[in-house]
Design a protein. Structure first.
Length: 94
């Protein structure tokens, strides 16, 4: 029997079917409280990263990957996505 027809044991656990939320971090801002209180619509809040710097993907507070922001095309044009450039080995769990 061809081993490629065997189910992947990593996905045999029913918990692998549970959806999780991934947070994408594009940067951090550290305004003073007085600056925060003055924020209004159209204000610019500078981040500690550049546009082309990698973003970080988290599940809870655990870093699971890094990637680059990209824009989808076709039917999903204008929607943001992340192209993964690094992925943490999650074999031992989150």
């Amino acid at each position: 029997m061809d081993s490629s027809n065997q189910p992947d044991p990593r996905f045999a656990n029913p918990f692998t079917q549970v959806p999780i939320e991934i947070t994408i971090s594009v940067g951090t801002a550290r305004p003073l409280v007085r600056e925060l209180l003055r924020l209004k619509r159209d204000a610019i809040l500078p981040l500690d990263r550049r546009v082309d710097d990698p973003v970080e993907l988290y599940v809870g507070d655990k870093l699971i990957a890094r990637g680059e922001l990209t824009e989808l095309t076709g039917d999903q044009a204008g929607q943001l996505a992340v192209r993964l450039t690094e992925v943490v080995d999650l074999q031992n769990g989150l």
